[in-house]
Write a protein that binds this ligand. Structure first.
Ligand SMILES: [Zn+2]
Length: 110
């Protein structure tokens, strides 16, 4: 197990929690569902090394500035500062993005 990558550990944890969900009810079930939601939306470890964010169409690439902000109350995802080629700055939330195969972020299509 020690050579498991962060992404595989996350997938394994999701599998285990889903298995437990079939066996518990009531408040325990609600707690597990919260954990599962968090696990499924947590940025994969690989994204820590991302340097760029692509727009939803994959046609423009912005640069991560390293800045982070909290999202609205009830959202656990940080918003990441992105500087686009046209000079604009935006703050997309990681929960509205996914990690591409090349390790960069991409904004999900609405
Ligand atoms: Zn958010």
């Amino acid at each position: 197990m020690q050579d498991m990558k962060g992404k595989d550990k996350q997938a394994e944890a999701i599998r285990v929690v889903k298995g437990l969900l079939k066996k518990v009810y009531g408040s325990q079930r609600a707690a597990l569902e919260t954990i599962l939601d968090d696990l499924e939306h947590r940025p994969p470890a690989v994204a820590k090394h991302a340097r760029h964010v692509w727009n939803a169409n994959g046609t423009a690439k912005g640069r991560l500035t390293g800045g982070q902000r909290g999202c609205f109350d009830g959202c656990s995802g940080p918003k990441l500062g992105v500087r686009w080629p046209d000079g604009r700055m935006t703050w997309p939330c990681v929960k509205a993005m996914f990690v591409r195969k090349d390790g960069d972020w991409q904004i999900e299509k609405a």
